[in-house]
Design a protein around this ligand. Structure first.
Ligand code: PHE
Length: 472
C-alpha cells in the first residue's frame, strides 16, 4: 500500500490517545500496583520513573520513528531500512499474533466480571473458588468462558474493521477520558475508606495505605534488592509501553508527518505512568485497609479474587464501585487488544497487499482457533508444564512466556543494534526532529540506544531463564 492511500490518525491527539490506549492495559492496573507494593512502594516508583524517562523513552520513540519513517507495518518496516535485518520484522509480527489470542481470553474474563456486576450478582464473585471454577468451566460449563472470549474478540474486530481514524481513534477518544475519570473517582473513594478488623480491633485507613504506597521504604534494601527492583521496573516498563510488539511501529506509521513526534511520545509516557500510579492509589489503599500489608502482594489473582472481596466489604456502595472498576478494566483491555490486532492487520496489509477486510477476517479467524485452544487449556486440554524459570504453566502462560520473555527482548535488542550501530541513530533522530522537537535528551538517547538499553535487555532476557536466581 502506498503512503498516499494509507490510513492515518487525524492529528496528534488521536495518535496520543490511541497509543496511550494501547499502553494503558491490564499491566497498569494489576501488575504495576502489585510490583510497587512488593518492591518498597515509593522506592519502586522512583526507580520506575527514572527508567521511564531513559530506558522506556528510548525504546518507545525509536519504534514510533521507525513506523513513521518507513510508513509500514512491523512485518516490512525493518526491511525498509536494511534487507539483511528484515528478520526482526518477522519476529515483531509473530509477537502480536501470539499475544492477541490469549489477550482475548483474559478480556473475556474481564467482560464476565463486568456483566456479573452489571446484573447485580457481583457478590457471588466473593467466594474463593469463583474465579477458578469459572475458567475451568465448573461454574456454568465450558461454553461460558468461550462465549465471553468471543464477545470480547467481536468488539475488537469491529473497532479494527472500521479503520484507523473511524475505528481506533474514535474509540480511543471516547474511552480514554472515561477511563481517566473512573480511575480518579475510585482513587478518591479508596483514599477515604477505613475499616476496623473485628478480631484484632485495629483500624486502618485508606490514607495510611497511600502512605505505605508512596513513601519509599528503605528497610532491608541491599544492592541485590535494588537490582531486582530495577529488573522488575524494566520488565514492567517494557510491557506497559507496548514495546517490541510491533504496535508502536504500526501506530507510528499512521502518524502524519506534521505531528511533533517527540512531544507525542512524551505525552504517551506521561499518560501511561500517571494511570499506573493512579491505579496503585486506587488499589493499594483498599487492599491495605481490608487485608493489611500481606494482602498487598496478592499478585495476578488480585483483580479477580481479592478485589471482589473488597468490593463486598464496602457495603451498599460496593457493587457500584465493582461495576465502575470492571468497566475501567474492560476499557483498558479493549484499547490494548485493539492495538495488538491492528499491529497484525497493518503487517499483512503492507506485506501482502491485502485489503483491511481480508486481513482482519483471516487473522481474526486464525486467532479464534488459538483463543479456543487457550480457553480449553484450563479444561479438556489442561496440562502442567514447567517453564525454564521454574514457574508452572498452562497454555496461556506458555504463550505469554514465549512472547514476553523470549521474542520481545530479542526484537528489542536487535532493534537497538540495528539503529544504534548498523543504520546509525542519525536517521531516526532526523525523523524525531521533523517538527521542531527540541530533542534535549538526544545525547542520552544515543547512549541509551547503543549501550545501556541493549545491556539491560540482555540481562532481562537471561533472567528469564533463571540465570540470576542465585544472585538476588
Ligand atoms: N501495555 C499493555 C499493559 O500495560 C499491555 C499490552 C498492550 C499487551 C498491548 C499486549 C498488547 O497492560
Amino acid at each position: 500500500m502506498n503512503s498516499a492511500s494509507r490510513n492515518t490518525f487525524s492529528g496528534s491527539l488521536g495518535f496520543v490517545l490511541a497509543a496511550a490506549g494501547s499502553a494503558v492495559g491490564l499491566g497498569n492496573i494489576w501488575r504495576f500496583p502489585y510490583l510497587a507494593a512488593r518492591d518498597g512502594g515509593g522506592l519502586f516508583l522512583f526507580v520506575y520513573i527514572l527508567l521511564a524517562i531513559t530506558f522506556g523513552f528510548t525504546l518507545l520513540i525509536t519504534e514510533v520513528a521507525i513506523g513513521r519513517r518507513s510508513q509500514r507495518g512491523p512485518l516490512t518496516a525493518y526491511r525498509f531500512f536494511n534487507k539483511r535485518w528484515s528478520f526482526i520484522g518477522v519476529f515483531a509480527f509473530i509477537v502480536p499474533t501470539i499475544i492477541y489470542p490469549y489477550y482475548c481470553v483474559i478480556g473475556g474474563w474481564v467482560l464476565k466480571y463486568f456483566v456479573q456486576y452489571l446484573t447485580f450478582s457481583g457478590s457471588s464473585a466473593v467466594s474463593d473458588d469463583f474465579f477458578t471454577s469459572y475458567i475451568t468451566g465448573n461454574l456454568n460449563g465450558m461454553w461460558e468462558p468461550l462465549v465471553y472470549m468471543l464477545a470480547f474478540a467481536a468488539m475488537c474486530f469491529y473497532v479494527v474493521y472500521k479503520g484507523v481514524e473511524k475505528g481506533i481513534e474514535k474509540f480511543s477518544k471516547i474511552v480514554m477520558p472515561m477511563l481517566l475519570v473512573l480511575v480518579v473517582f475510585i482513587c478518591i473513594y479508596s483514599l477515604f475508606i477505613s475499616h476496623t478488623d473485628p478480631s484484632t480491633g485495629v483500624t486502618r485507613t485508606g490514607l495510611q495505605g497511600a502512605y505505605v504506597y508512596l513513601v519509599p521504604n528503605f528497610e532491608g534494601v541491599t544492592f541485590s534488592k535494588l537490582l531486582s527492583i530495577t529488573m522488575d521496573a524494566c520488565s514492567q516498563l517494557f510491557f506497559s509501553l507496548s514495546i517490541a510488539m510491533g504496535i508502536m511501529i504500526a501506530y507510528g506509521s499512521y502518524m502524519k508527518k506534521d505531528v511533533n513526534l517527540g512531544k507525542a511520545v512524551d505525552r504517551i509516557e506521561i499518560c501511561d505512568t500517571l494511570i499506573a500510579v493512579l491505579a496503585g492509589l486506587m488499589i493499594i489503599p483498599a487492599v491495605y485497609v481490608f487485608m493489611g500489608t500481606e494482602g498487598m502482594g496478592a499478585g495476578p489473582g488480585l483483580i479477580f479474587v481479592a478485589l471482589p472481596k473488597i468490593f463486598h466489604s464496602l457495603g451498599v456502595f460496593g457493587p457500584f464501585i465493582g461495576l465502575a472498576f470492571f468497566l475501567l478494566v474492560l476499557f483498558a483491555a479493549t484499547t490494548s487488544a485493539v492495538s495488538i490486532l491492528e499491529a497484525c492487520v497493518s503487517s499483512t496489509m503492507d506485506a501482502f497487499h491485502w485489503t483491511r477486510t481480508k486481513s482482519i477476517v483471516l487473522l481474526q479467524a486464525g486467532a479464534l482457533v488459538a483463543s479456543v485452544i487457550v480457553c480449553l487449556g484450563y479444561n479438556v486440554l489442561y496440562f502442567e508444564y514447567e517453564l525454564p524459570n521454574g514457574a508452572k504453566a498452562q497454555i496461556l502462560d506458555v504463550f505469554d512466556y514465549l512472547s514476553n520473555n523470549l521474542l520481545m527482548p530479542i526484537v528489542a535488542i536487535c532493534t537497538c543494534v540495528l539503529f544504534g550501530w548498523v543504520v546509525k541513530p542519525r536517521l531516526l533522530v532526523g525523523e524525531m526532529r521533523l517538527n521542531g522537537y527540541k530533542f534535549l535528551r538526544k545525547k542520552m538517547y544515543i547512549i541509551c540506544l547503543k549501550y545501556i538499553v541493549p545491556l539491560i535487555l540482555t540481562v532481562l532476557f537471561l533472567n528469564a531463564f533463571g540465570l540470576f536466581d542465585g544472585i538476588s
